[in-house]
Design a protein around this ligand. Structure first.
Ligand code: ADP
Ligand code: MG
Ligand code: ZN
Length: 498
């Protein structure tokens, strides 16, 4: 019998912290808006001899905030360490990081994923999700503080180095190898990104490189509890890359085992264009870095009052918000999830509810549908159409002042040129008419003009009713209340039966 394999995945996530200054000096950390390379630098972040680091208080607060949001305990006593390695983007020859005692550890996060998939050997479609989504708890091993490296630009025969990024505060979030599917890994990464954005500690702009993933991957026979040799795929800069690289690596390792080979512990790169992982170096173990306590920085001593002061800054996080939206607004989990994926969207939704008479359910339908469509098609920010305007517009549809289609027109106009919904309805003559005599007149005219269609209808072609209603809508430029039109049309058609 053929062995079936399951993946074992652990993620390391690096996210820069949105502080004004760098981690260990007072240089600006905003390298993205620096007008030229190598201007936000000083002896400390360029590694000149004798320069002394001091820890950035704000960065410590943000790191603790993330730790608490990920259900970690905060180490009141934690220390910095030197991770020694040489690379041209690391002027000191070591990175200041945390090793034995990180600022936060032993947390968890719940993710959903299809049931543990069974992997058949080989083949491209070997990932078989089984059944429904299932919740699982992923342990967060540690959250620690370190510093970002400089930026290298590789030219044809040389490389350029920009130290504006060197020393920018970086957070590393390390999971236990608890993830069992690529989907779960994606969900975990997505949720971490959302939490960092909710907390305002990282913009989540992956294309700018402020958030990067590393996937540690091994596979093992289903049912076994062993942890086999793993590979680590570095610098995955998008969710798509995370998913494709992980899937590729899982399948590659299965093939290796099935052909009787051994997986080597190594560090891999991801070649996005070719869709393959490539070997970069055999993976170093911790002892290769010669970690030792950073002698220039004292251990961090945090007390309960400091930690409590940070804890009370925790906002309502996506998971809690999703649950509340489901309970309070009768949304489905996927509706609630979409709204809470971005804090600004969730806030906008609640703002619109406050201003509207229509139900939250109806408001959600508009936001998830027409609103998002317009947002994606235009280049404007979500709040360029105020929540109050959206609420006003939805209420006009609900109370039949305008038709649903007219509502869409008004929304598009709001996105394009702004303005007041009621004014737009007036200016464009979109108000719906529910005046019976007006609609009756239109219905009668259409009936008088189309005797042969009436005959066909009476002969049994029921679908013509919709055509008649459509003619009235056309004649009244969509202003006639469609429900009343249909009623009067049906009556008129019946009266004309011989
Ligand atoms: P380091 O990168 O410092 O050597 P570890 O080996 O402890 O650290 O783990 C780094 C990451 O690799 C963690 O996210 C962990 O969950 C994951 N990991 C460790 N062992 C395995 C394994 N056998 N398969 C998949 N992931 C693993
Ligand atoms: Mg690592
Ligand atoms: Zn500096």
């Amino acid at each position: 019998m053929k062995l079936t394999y399951e993946p074992v995945i652990g993620l390391e996530i690096h996210g820069e912290l949105l502080t004004k200054s760098k981690m260990f000096c007072s240089c600006s950390a905003d390298y993205g808006s620096a007008p030229e390379p190598n201007i936000n630098i000083c002896p400390t972040c360029t590694g000149l001899p004798g320069a002394m680091p001091t820890a950035n208080k704000k960065a410590l607060e943000l790191a603790a905030l993330v730790g608490l949001a990920l259900n970690c305990s905060i180490n009141k006593h934690n220390t910095f360490a030197r991770k020694n390695y040489f690379y041209p983007d690391l002027p000191k020859g070591y990175q200041i990081s945390q090793y034995e005692l990180p600022i936060a550890e032993k947390g968890w996060m719940d993710v959903t994923s299809p049931l543990t998939p069974l992997l058949k050997g080989g083949g491209n479609d070997s990932l078989l999700p089984q059944g429904e989504g299932l919740g699982m708890r992923v342990r967060v091993r540690r959250v620690h503080i370190e510093e970002d490296t400089a930026k290298l630009s590789h030219e044809k025969n040389y490389a350029l180095v920009d130290f504006n990024r060197a020393g920018v505060p970086l957070l590393e979030i390390v999971s236990e190898p608890d993830l069992r599917t690529v989907e779960a890994a994606l969900d975990y990464a997505t949720k971490i990104r959302a939490i960092l954005r909710y907390l305002g500690v990282n913009s989540g702009d992956m294309e700018k490189g402020v958030l990067r993933f590393e996937a540690n991957i091994s596979v093992r026979p289903v049912g076994s509890a062993e942890l086999r040799k793993r590979t680590e795929i570095k610098n995955l800069n998008s969710f798509r890359a995370l998913a494709r690289a992980s899937q590729y690596e899982i399948e590659r390792q299965i093939k290796v085992y099935e052909s009787g080979g051994e997986v080597l512990q190594e560090t891999l790169g991801w070649d996005d264009a070719r869709g393959i992982t490539t070997s970069q170096r055999s993976k170093e173990d911790a002892h290769d870095y010669r970690y030792f306590p950073e002698p220039d920085l004292p251990p961090l001593k945090l007390n309960d009052a400091w930690i409590d002061a940070i804890r009370i800054q925790l906002p309502e996080l996506p998971e809690a918000k999703t649950k509340r939206f489901i309970a309070d607004f009768e949304l489905t989990p996927s509706e609630a999830h979409l709204l809470t994926s971005e804090l600004s969207l969730a806030t906008y939704f609640e703002e619109a509810i406050k201003h509207a008479k229509s139900s939250p359910k109806i408001i959600n339908t508009w936001i998830a549908g027409e609103f998002m469509r317009n947002l994606n098609e235009s280049n404007v920010e979500a709040d360029s159409v105020s929540a109050r305007s959206l609420a006003q517009l939805i209420d006009m549809v609900t109370d039949k002042t305008i038709s649903g289609n007219a509502g869409k027109t008004v929304l598009t106009e709001l996105f394009k040129n702004g303005g007041d919904p009621a004014e737009i309805v007036k200016a464009k003559g979109l108000a719906q008419i529910s005046d019976e005599s007006f609609i009756q007149e239109a219905v009668t005219k259409i009936l008088n003009d189309n005797p042969s269609e009436i005959e066909k209808y009476h002969a049994g072609k029921d679908t013509l009713l919709q055509w008649f209603v459509g003619q009235v809508a056309r004649a009244t430029k969509g202003k006639a209340d469609p429900v009343m039109t249909k009623e009067l049309m049906l009556k008129g058609l019946e009266e004309r039966r011989k």
